[in-house]
Design a protein around this ligand. Structure first.
Ligand code: NDP
Length: 244
């Protein structure tokens, strides 16, 4: 990856809302050519229209290996390279372990953990070629587990473990691995949980603090990937000041 950002190519998964959308816009503003993937094509279309630079919208379901491979191939076909993968797509369907709906566990593991691994697998040959970077959007839940977030935390601990192994495998070849661990960010993430108790808890938590905004995480991502090539920012833990 060249030190000049201009024209470098990024692929952002889960770019139809929240952190992914803000990161895609920040990268576009900084001069990256950006491919954005998610399932909600209408949102991606609107994003490409708002983007200051060249942006490619891709239908992407990270739980589908073929879809992930196709998104990476389409990015490289359009832009000729891949310098940065922002592995961001994720869902959080919190709830107690007792009597949990197992389809929600499967969805979290397939999206957050396996989906993110598929994206690394498909992107890595290109990132080795460009000496690029992988940004893994983990969470404070990847460092500390707590009640009702057992499976979500397990996926984020898994991302951190996978990222450290990946780092050891590719750092000598110039590929940098960045784990970003946000605390509470105001996004749609908690709205997908249909359990009224979980929704109420999320609302109460949001009301109790000045939450982070998606742009705060986008700034952290941009900081990490624009350091000189000999500097690897491996981990960024970023919480709202008010979050204990
Ligand atoms: P959002 O719900 O706003 O964004 C989630 C994104 O993931 C959406 O763009 C969604 O797109 C995408 N997504 C979900 N499932 C899939 C799928 N199967 N294939 C492709 N894309 C998918 O929440 P956030 O922006 O908050 O979440 C982004 C990441 O940040 C997640 O990994 C989350 O765990 C992490 N995070 C968030 C925190 C927070 O407090 N908000 C804190 C710590 C980490 P679509 O539905 O269109 O496919």
């Amino acid at each position: 990856m060249s030190n000049t950002v201009e024209g470098n190519v990024a692929l952002v998964t889960g770019a139809s809302s929240g952190i992914g959308q803000a990161t895609a816009l920040a990268l576009s503003k900084a001069g990256y050519r950006v491919a954005v993937g998610a399932r909600r094509a209408d949102r991606l279309r609107a994003l490409t229209q708002d983007a200051p630079g060249e942006m490619l919208a891709l239908d992407l379901d990270v739980t589908d290996r073929r879809s992930v491979q196709d998104a990476v191939s389409a990015t490289v076909k359009r832009f000729g390279a891949l310098d940065v993968l922002v592995n961001n797509a994720g869902v959080m369907l919190n709830g107690p372990i007792l009597n949990a709906d197992l389809t929600q566990w499967t969805r979290m593991v397939e999206t957050n953990l396996l989906g993110s691994m598929y994206a690394v697998h498909a992107s890595l040959p290109h990132l080795l070629e460009s000496k690029g970077a992988v940004v893994q959007v983990s969470s404070t839940s990847g460092r500390t587990a707590s009640a009702v977030s057992g499976v979500y935390s397990a996926t984020k601990f898994g991302i951190n473990a996978f990222s450290e192994a990946l780092r050891q495998e590719v750092t000598a070849q110039g590929v940098r691995v960045v784990v970003v661990e946000p605390g509470f960010v105001a996004t749609e993430l908690t709205s997908h949980n249909t359990d009224p108790a979980m929704q109420a808890a999320a609302k109460a938590m949001a009301a109790s603090m000045r939450t982070l905004q998606p742009e705060d995480i986008a700034s952290a991502v941009l900081y990490a990937i624009t350091q000189p090539e000999h500097v690897a920012v491996n981990e960024i833990l970023i919480r709202p000041t008010d979050q204990t």
